[in-house]
Design a binder for this molecule. Structure first.
Ligand SMILES: Nc1ncnc2c1ncn2[C@@H]1O[C@H](COP(=O)(O)OP(=O)(O)OP(=O)(O)O)[C@@H](O)[C@H]1O
Ligand SMILES: [Mg+2]
Length: 513
């Protein structure tokens, strides 16, 4: 279905076109007409399928630009997601000249107050900072007509229920409420319904819960072997842009330092870093200055970074929903992707619980041998040499080269060149990662109705939301183009890999073509 077929104003259609969207995605096709008709909507669809525009466009359509008051409110679980939502909604509302402000923790409140004084039509933010503004009387919600809860299940999981209730109590009853996520545990959906009036529930039928374009693998390995196995996998798989998820902040710090020591362009992000640092790391990753982003679940939800080819779960996530969102950072907007999850032998039951939720079996992957990793390195080195050859510019060196050719065979010289360019997995810098206790044996997930604050994830990255939110809640406590993919039986084969592949619906994004 084309966007033109929706009852959207020409300004919005112009912005949609400029964004490069042609066909609506299934969730957009199903929910935009309902939301335009004024209905409350619960929308569930796989990661990376355009849910932001699905709630953003109807909200933008309803806005009267001449009214200088807040008409739309979007609540999101993390600061990075709030910023991203603000950017996407701003982009879609640009031709209609809609002002969108973002409020989130860890950033100058004075600046946000000035922005709020500028009469934005839409405010996007995280619950903690929104409440701060409400208490300071710098954010008034009595004119809000559309309320959006993005990643609703996560916000309730994280213990934001009371905060969200407090915010919603300031929004007029006469409003439209839209609630979106890729995962929607029943208990959470029931809580969501509390805020809504006869919501239409739209669930895009898919074979499984994870995006179909992601090839999912797992590697069974001991905790102390994971790091070496992972870097060997990098050698074999040559990810263009990868996210590595770790369970704790310490893990993320150690992993990013270890990867740097081994020569990878990697940096970490988690809740203990300043907001400025979090944003600058994310910016470098988006620009491609970094090849690997190491993150806690703070980066798992909603973040849309184009070109992420691989997701590595260094630690298997505790919640199956978290798995869906983590791997969903790849395989977005019609692109393919690959995920690899490391599982220690006594965490195998967690793998099964994830598979039960996703309705998809992960393919076992044998850890690559040193020889295979070396082969991968050689392939990558040859690509680099090809590129340098094509770039030319050797004139200054030719005389010296003639001398070398007289003394050495061409084969030895080429071997020396390869040795210089390729990393030899046999002489890697040793990296020791502090062992983490595996997830409790025999216990499976307990994610049902987890709407209180003291769940274990908060303990693991408890300033996920930043200092201000913590205070409030104190009562609880290489890489050339990808190459080297593998056969299903875990045998590697050197083959160029691209993250463009067939998909079940078509997203044409002119921007990226
Ligand atoms: N109709 C469309 N055609 C092409 N690209 C689209 C379309 N709709 C959205 N996109 C793009 O697809 C990407 C993913 O969209 P979005 O972030 O909204 O996904 P999502 O469903 O919210 O994923 P998640 O569950 O991870 O939050 C974005 O880059 C967005 O601009
Ligand atoms: Mg989203």
């Amino acid at each position: 279905m084309k966007f033109k077929e929706f009852k959207l104003s020409k300004e919005l259609l112009a912005s949609v076109e400029r964004s490069g969207f042609e066909e609506a995605t299934p969730i957009q096709e199903a929910t935009i007409p309902l939301a335009l008709a004024g209905k409350d909507v619960i929308g569930q669809a796989q990661t990376g399928t355009g849910k932001t525009a699905a709630f953003g466009l109807p909200m933008l359509e309803k806005i009267d630009v001449n009214k200088k008051e807040i008409q739309g409110l979007v609540i999101a679980p993390t600061r990075e997601l709030a910023i991203q939502n603000q950017e996407e909604i701003f982009r879609l509302g640009k031709d209609k000249k809609i002002k969108v402000a973002a409020v989130y923790g860890g950033a100058d409140i004075g600046r946000q107050i000035r922005q709020l004084k500028g009469n934005p039509h839409i405010v996007v933010g995280t619950p903690g900072r929104m409440l701060d503004h409400i208490k300071r009387h710098t954010l008034k919600l009595n004119t809000v007509e559309t309320l959006v809860l993005d990643e609703a299940d996560e916000m309730l999981n994280m213990g934001f229920l009371e905060d969200i209730e407090a915010i919603i109590s300031k929004v007029p009853e006469q409003r439209q409420t839209l609630l979106f996520s890729a995962t929607m545990p029943t208990a959470i959906k029931n809580i969501g319904v509390k805020f809504m009036k006869n919501p239409e529930q739209v669930k895009i039928k898919a074979k499984g819960m994870t995006a179909e374009l992601i090839d999912q693998y797992y590697v069974r390995t001991k905790d102390y072997e994971k790091f070496d196995v992972m870097t060997r996998l990098f050698d074999v798989q040559s990810p263009e842009l990868a996210i590595v998820f770790g369970r704790t902040k310490r893990r993320v710090d150690e992993l990013s330092r270890g990867l740097e020591a081994r020569g990878y362009k990697a940096e970490g992000i988690h809740g203990d870093l300043s907001q400025q640092k979090r944003l600058s790391v994310l910016r470098s990753f988006k620009k491609g200055d970094l090849d690997i982003l190491v993150a806690t679940d703070v980066a798992a939800r909603g973040l849309d970074i184009s070109g992420v080819t691989h997701v590595y779960n260094y630690d298997i996530p505790q919640d199956p929903e978290s798995y869906v969102h983590r791997i969903g950072r790849t395989g977005r907007a019609g692109k393919g992707g690959m995920s690899v999850t490391f599982v220690t032998p006594n965490e195998m039951n967690y793998l099964r619980v994830i598979e039960d939720l996703t309705k998809k079996r992960m393919t076992p992957l044998r850890p690559p041998t040193e020889k295979e990793a070396f082969k991968g390195q050689l392939g990558a080195a040859m690509d680099i040499i090809d590129e340098k050859m094509a770039a030319n510019g050797f004139d200054k060196y030719l005389q010296g080269a003639d001398e070398l050719v007289e003394h050495y065979s061409a084969q030895d010289l080429a071997a020396l060149l390869l040795k210089t360019v390729a990393k030899d997995p046999a002489d890697l810098v040793p990296v020791k990662i502090t062992p983490e206790r595996p997830l409790p044996r025999g216990k499976s997930f307990n994610n049902k109705g987890k709407n209180h604050r003291n769940n274990s994830r908060n303990r693991r990255d408890n300033n996920y939301r930043g200092r201000d939110d913590r205070r409030r809640n104190k009562k609880d406590g290489n890489f050339s183009k990808g190459k080297g993919s593998y056969k299903k039986d875990g045998q590697y084969k050197n083959k160029r890999r691209s993250n463009d592949k067939k998909h079940d619906f078509v997203i044409h994004n002119k921007k990226e073509q």
